[in-house]
Design a protein. Structure first.
Length: 228
């Protein structure tokens, strides 16, 4: 069924009675998920091997089930496979990144990035066989072309991207959240409408055989969880 905006319509409810999972199964699934998610890493060196495109489409479909402010689903996912378009994205991104690393970021930001070993060269944008460019829809256009506000756009799109990354990882693919700053060039290169603002470029693929990742330590549960 095709979605249309539900702006101003009355409340309608349907029953929701998912089967309750036995506690033992819940515990086993949660422990397995924690272990599998713990093995996710951001990959910056990709193999050019193709990925099953349906896996990426399914992951995007998972992301699009995310909750969103007022159920406005303020996201667009552009799946870029065309090598010429990936080259154009890389050229424009590297131009911005050169300025950023040459001083625009400032010493504090550069210091925060140093342990990651990143620089202005972004081969993942052309090596990875697919890029998912995520756009936020800052507003929508009503029936008479009038601008209608979207609520909690940053939060909604952030949650959707988290679900996308989880789905890709659990389906066996690697990804990177790349946020060149500023990102205006992405809407231009990809011909997106004026209400859309780029949120992240997510290269997707398999890690290169010689892929290395920074030696990072994650906060322990005790450092992130406060139980009251
Ligand atoms: C909002 C956001 C923006 C990011 N931007 C970049 C980026 O522009 N370039 C990059 O190489 N990594 C980027 N990353 C990846 C982080 O550096 C990475 O997630 C972090 O170092 C932890 O590593 P892990 O994902 O392997 O656990 C970004 C991650 C997030 C969530």
């Amino acid at each position: 069924m095709q979605w249309t905006p539900t702006h101003g319509e009355p409340y309608r409810a349907v029953p929701y009675r998912p089967e309750r999972m036995p506690v033992e199964e819940s515990l086993a699934r949660a422990a397995e998920l924690r272990e599998r998610m713990g093995r996710r890493r951001t990959v910056r060196q990709f193999s050019p091997d193709p990925v099953p495109e349906q896996v990426v489409r399914d992951a995007i479909a998972c992301a699009a089930t995310a909750p969103s402010g007022a159920h406005q689903q303020p996201w667009t996912f552009v799946l870029v496979k065309d090598p010429a378009v990936r080259r154009a994205v890389r050229a424009a991104a590297e131009e911005e990144e050169r300025r950023s690393y040459a001083g625009r970021l400032g010493e504090e930001w550069l210091a925060a990035l140093r342990p990651l070993g990143t620089d202005e060269v972004k081969p993942h944008l052309t090596d990875a066989p697919a890029l998912v460019v995520v756009f936020q829809q800052r507003y929508w256009l009503g029936p008479d072309g009038e601008r209608r506000k979207h609520y909690y756009v940053d939060e909604s799109v952030g949650i959707a991207v988290g679900m996308l990354l989880s789905a890709l990882h659990l389906s066996g693919l690697a990804a990177l959240v790349h946020t060149p700053s500023p990102m205006r060039f992405l809407a231009e290169v990809l011909g997106r409408p004026a209400n859309e603002k780029a949120f992240a470029v997510i290269p997707v693929g398999y890690p290169a055989p010689d892929c290395r990742v920074p030696d990072l330590v994650r906060k322990s549960l005790g450092q992130v969880l406060v139980e009251v």
